[in-house]
Design a protein around this ligand. Structure first.
Ligand code: SF4
Length: 94
């Protein structure tokens, strides 16, 4: 995917850049529920301290990104936001 200039600016400051990025998406093998919860918790922990989280979440919602953790929300949480636009879901970081 090619990011436009505005997207490139916030993506360059993303806390998930680098090797830790792998926890933001499911592995290519089958992932058990407990593994998924641990992986998502690790990813959301990185999102919690990310300075560009609002930009990231807005982007993922706008393009209806179907996979991974973006802006501290997983796929199901972003779907909830899109279905109820007046109620912005708060990331569950615990
Ligand atoms: S909010 Fe999370 S997914 Fe988005 S750029 Fe920051 S660390 Fe990455």
């Amino acid at each position: 995917m090619v990011a436009n200039r505005g997207e490139a600016l916030w993506q360059a400051r993303a806390a998930c850049r680098g090797p830790q990025a792998e926890v933001f998406f499911p592995p290519s093998r089958v992932e058990r529920k407990d593994e998924r919860l641990l992986r998502e918790r690790a990813a959301k922990g990185i999102c919690r301290s990310c300075s560009v989280r609002p930009d990231c979440l807005e982007y993922a919602l706008r393009i209806r990104e179907p996979h991974g953790i973006w802006g501290g929300l997983n796929e199901a949480e972003r779907k909830q936001v899109l279905e109820r636009p007046g109620q912005l879901a708060q990331p569950r970081f615990a």
